[in-house]
Design a protein around this ligand. Structure first.
Ligand code: DAH
Length: 338
């Protein structure tokens, strides 16, 4: 009997060694250890073994099972490792990983945040107002008469209700003064809308940054110093800035501010970036009437205001030739700001 167990073991180990895949190995296991496997059947014959030999028979049976099980486990590991190696063959695991695409901030967001950062350091607080405005806050309180071209239906988006998409962020000046007494020092970035023909320098929805400072002793040098400092912080200390007399209904005197743009290979030229001026007393009068008090007494407070085009600032900062690039979301353009 022991001899036949030895034969079974030898045959099983040979079949295990010869198995070329996990399926063949499983066949080998079933053939020897399965319900009808050779060793299982040999073990069942223990009942016919004479009592004196039973112990020895049992021992050789167990020894055979242990050896065969160990061989099966070892072979299975070897087959799996070989399969892994085959799957990885041809793959160069030392190659650098493929970079995942990473997004970046839009240039308008970048310039807006930089502008806000500079002005906040100078003591300006953020203010806000609605984009759907009424004529009072957008025009009347800003001393803009009914026949002013900005109020023309051809230039402005009106709703049937008589409300309109604000044509500038200057309406936030009025909203702020209505709700807080002087002194005020606020900035209001936001969208503005005009029925302009869209071209390389015009969009019908664009972005402005409004500013207002009102207090007992605010003068034109404060306005000039603030805006010159701001533009040099934004564009560099050597930036040339000029104030050109202009007209706005809500400031007197009023100016447009130009920045000298020097692009490689082009003659330097002046680019308009903002409107500004000293708040017209008529604006304070309108605010007082709306507040029903005299908090903004034109004999006691003065102020300056400014409004700049954020799209324009971005175009100057990065030499962008066409404003439409700012809204087309072409990733080839946007990637450059990453
Ligand atoms: N609101 C003007 C515009 O959209 C810009 C402007 C000019 C704003 C003078 C001001 C200002 O606050 O004082 O063209």
């Amino acid at each position: 009997m022991n001899e036949s167990i030895g034969t079974i073991q030898t045959a099983a180990l040979a079949q295990i060694a010869a198995a070329a895949c996990e399926r063949a190995l499983e066949d080998a296991r079933v053939a020897v250890l399965g319900k009808k496997g050779t060793l299982t059947l040999a073990g069942a014959a223990i009942k016919d073994v004479p009592p004196a030999e039973k112990a020895a028979f049992g021992q050789s049976l167990n020894a055979a099972r242990t050896a065969i099980t160990a061989a099966l486990t070892e072979k299975q590991l070897a087959l799996r490792e070989a399969a892994d190696r085959a799957a990885l063959a041809g793959i160069d695991s030392t190659l650098p990983a493929r970079a995942l695409p990473v997004g970046s901030l839009h240039p308008l967001t970048l310039i807006r945040d930089q502008a806000i950062g500079i002005l906040r350091r100078m003591g300006f607080a953020l203010a806000d107002g609605p984009e759907i405005e009424d004529e009072f806050h957008c025009f009347d309180a800003l001393n803009t008469p009914a026949d002013h071209p900005a109020r023309n239906e051809k230039d402005t988006f009106y709703f049937e209700s008589g409300k309109l998409l604000r044509t500038h962020t200057s309406s936030v000046q009025i909203r702020t003064m209505e709700t807080q007494p002087p002194p005020v020092r606020i900035i209001a970035p936001g969208s503005a809308y005009r029925r302009d023909e869209i071209d390389a320098t015009h969009l019908s929805a664009f972005n402005q940054l409004e500013g207002l400072a009102v207090g007992p002793d605010i003068s034109l040098p404060d306005l000039k110093g603030t805006l010159e400092y701001f533009l040099r912080e934004l564009f560099g200390t050597k930036t040339e800035v000029r104030f050109r007399p202009h007209f706005f209904p809500f400031t007197e005197p009023s100016f447009e501010i130009d920045v000298k743009l020097t692009v490689k290979g082009q003659a330097p030229r002046w680019i308009e970036v903002a409107g500004c001026g000293m708040v017209d007393p008529a604006v304070f009068d309108a605010v007082n009437r709306s507040r029903k008090d005299n908090a903004y007494d034109p004999d006691k407070v003065t102020g300056f205001a400014f409004g700049m085009g954020l799209d324009r600032l971005a175009m100057i900062r990065w030499g962008i030739k066409d404003i439409r690039l700012l809204i087309e979301n072409d990733t080839r353009f946007l990637r450059q700001f990453a």
